[in-house]
Design a binder for this molecule. Structure first.
Ligand code: PMV
Length: 314
């Protein structure tokens, strides 16, 4: 009888601290209500991937090489030889493959879970997270681990990378009730690996300036953690705005991202910022209440951009 392994991984939105988190500054991430889903079947032949995810035009082609490398890394970490393993991998789910909402990490978690099921290997979430982290290196070069952690465990998470290579610090946060947000997509497929490497290079060459900005980011995330606990929506929004400015300072925003952030603020969003790797990809805005969410989403859509309406803190 033909078997089929199945798995899924959460999409995510980084609320505070992307990029800074790679260098040991804490970050805050929330899973969103959309997931990547994978089905895997052992075949005879080679590794075949059919990517049925809806999303940014060109995303699948642009990421193809990185996707293949990520699966090879994943197989090695799972004790399987990529040269002799033949699998049919089907990717789907309701998480659009936009850059910046953890599409790669969610798909890695989904595929790892599906492979584990197909090979009848029982794996803890911690193990799946570790496998997805190895896979993420193909997409992000030197990832912090925040994406795969959110994709594996879900929820709202405060995350700090352990720069010495030991276990990262992960703290679950809870908020009073879920908050509506929107995620606006610039439509530009961003190369996270290049963005992460760019920040690292500039951090080296402009050490004094970057040290100051990184310090500000650290303080901001610590204030944001308290604001989330207190459910102080205005403060959370204001801190998102400030986070966007800091991301601009380290050169990861773009005119399209700034444009969408500007629209969201004009329409009454409590705060708006780019989310994820930047350089294209997505922005997010805090739009508590369905009405405000609708208003901001409509305004962005009217300019011809795609929007995902979702919540944080589920
Ligand atoms: O663009 P995404 O969804 O892959 O997010 C990348 C987040 C970074 O902080 C830029 C990189 C990382 O590994 O933390």
């Amino acid at each position: 009888m033909l078997t089929l392994g199945k798995g899924s991984g959460f999409g995510k939105v980084i609320l505070f601290g992307e990029h800074f988190v790679v260098h040991g500054v804490p970050g805050i991430v929330s899973a969103i209500n959309s997931r990547a889903e994978a089905e895997v079947r052992i075949t005879s032949g080679k590794i075949e991937i059919s990517d049925e995810r809806k999303g940014a035009k060109g995303y699948a082609e642009e990421k193809k090489t990185q996707q293949i490398e990520s699966i090879e890394r994943m197989l090695k970490t799972m004790g399987l030889d990529p040269k002799t393993t033949s699998l049919q991998i089907m990717l789907g789910g309701n998480l659009p493959s936009f850059s910046g909402i953890g599409a790669s990490a969610a798909s890695s978690v989904a595929i790892a879970r599906a492979i584990a099921e197909e090979y009848k290997k029982v794996m803890s979430d911690e193990k799946i997270n570790q496998i997805a982290y190895e896979a993420e290196k193909a997409y992000a070069g030197n990832p912090s681990g925040i994406d795969n952690t959110a994709a594996t465990f879900g929820g709202l998470i405060w995350f700090k990378k352990n720069l010495k290579g030991g276990p990262n610090i992960i703290e679950r946060l809870t908020i009073r009730e879920p908050i509506e947000i929107i995620i606006g997509n610039t439509g530009i497929v961003a190369n996270t690996k290049a963005m992460v490497a760019g920040v690292a290079a500039r951090k080296n060459s402009k050490a004094k300036h970057y040290d100051r900005v990184f310090k500000q980011a650290e303080e901001l995330v610590s204030t944001a953690k308290v604001a989330l606990k207190e459910f102080n929506l205005r403060k959370i929004g204001r801190l998102m705005d400030e986070n966007h400015s800091l991301l601009n300072e380290i050169g990861v925003s773009s005119k399209e991202l700034d444009f969408l952030v500007g629209i969201a603020r004009e329409q009454g969003a409590l705060g708006a910022k780019l989310t994820g790797g930047g350089g294209g990809g997505c922005m997010t805005a805090l739009t508590p209440t369905r009405e405000l969410q609708e208003k901001v989403a409509n305004a962005i859509e009217q300019e011809g951009f795609k929007v995902l309406k979702t919540v944080i803190g589920i």
